[in-house]
Design a binder for this molecule. Structure first.
Ligand SMILES: NC(=O)C1=CN([C@@H]2O[C@H](COP(=O)(O)OP(=O)(O)OC[C@H]3O[C@@H](n4cnc5c(N)ncnc54)[C@H](OP(=O)(O)O)[C@@H]3O)[C@@H](O)[C@H]2O)C=CC1
Ligand SMILES: O=C(O)C1=N[C@H](C(=O)O)C[C@H](O)C1
Length: 251
């Protein structure tokens, strides 16, 4: 049995990971970490370092400001971590990278298989189409989401830029003073409303033709199940920063 600590256990994704573990024969949750000591089937602590139960791996769906303490504690305890939280600033990302020299850390803004395939398809399309089309990303999420644009939208935009040698400047939404679109813009637009789980659409708008590649998450279960796969994958790995690409390549 893989012994899991769930960081952010009281949240929307925390609940979904608890359900995914109930449906899995491989995992057991030995402890949770969150800001509030909620009633769960496992003990809940206010930081990772306080957890008394022995564990094999940590899964995190919390808030970006929690990440520095999480990776510091995980490195001290020598525990692998799956970070699913989005919205990290540059300093927080740099610390994750630094700590990945001590422990295996898996980080992906989106744990679903479909989005990771979308990234592949979009970068292929971008190579063919970028000279003659304008690329825009639209993401839609529920009205409780704290970060914008989504981590996934940024991941897609960065993958396009990596593929094309940093051709694009990102434009976050447009307003009355934005003026005419520049050729080297890549627009990223965030919609927030209701209970939308997560939609990401990449639009290649050319002359007289438009290609749209879209992913819709229909429930949070896909993210929870993906996080469990990532947790299983990093246990026993060498210290490094791993991504969904590493998991998919291993098959
Ligand atoms: N990579 C992926 O596939 C996915 C990533 N996400 C990301 O995961 C994160 C969580 O999403 P979601 O579950 O919807 O958000 P929620 O706000 O529902 O849950 C986050 C939980 O983390 C808690 N938390 C906040 N700060 C800390 C801290 N310092 N230490 C421990 N716990 C803390 C929150 O407590 P409180 O409410 O009291 O602040 C809350 O219980 C977001 O960044 C989201 O974008 C979401 C879905 C998929
Ligand atoms: O907050 C969410 O809900 C989600 N966040 C992730 C992101 O920011 O990309 C992934 C998913 O779309 C759901």
């Amino acid at each position: 049995m893989i012994r899991l600590i769930l960081h952010g256990c009281n949240g929307k994704m925390g609940k979904n990971v608890i359900d995914a573990v109930k449906n899995s024969s491989k995992f057991t949750i030995v402890a949770g970490v969150d800001k509030i000591n909620s009633k769960q089937d496992f003990p809940v602590y206010s930081r990772l370092k306080e957890v008394k139960e022995p564990a094999d791996v940590v899964i995190d769906f919390s808030f970006h400001t929690a990440i520095p303490q999480l990776v510091e504690d995980a490195a001290e305890l020598n525990l692998p971590v799956v970070i699913a939280t989005t919205g990290l600033d540059a300093k927080e990302e740099a610390l994750v990278l630094e700590k990945s020299a001590q422990i295996p850390i898996f980080m992906s803004a989106n744990m679903s298989l479909g989005i990771n395939l979308l990234v592949k398809l979009v970068t292929q399309a971008a190579k063919v189409l970028y000279e003659n089309s304008d690329i825009e990303i639209i993401e839609k999420h529920h009205n409780q989401k704290l970060d914008a644009p989504s981590g996934t939208a940024l991941m897609i935009a960065k993958a396009i830029n990596d593929t094309l040698g940093n051709t694009f400047n990102f434009t976050y939404g447009r307003n009355p003073s934005s003026g005419k679109r520049e050729k080297n813009e890549l627009g990223i637009h965030a919609i927030r409303g209701g209970t939308i789980v997560g939609e990401h659409e990449v639009i290649f708008a050319g002359r007289d033709e438009v290609l749209e590649i879209k992913h819709t998450a229909q429930s949070r279960a896909v993210f929870a199940e993906g996080a469990l796969k990532a947790a299983e994958f990093i246990i026993g790995k060498q210290p490094k920063l791993y991504s969904m690409k590493d998991l998919l390549e291993e098959g």
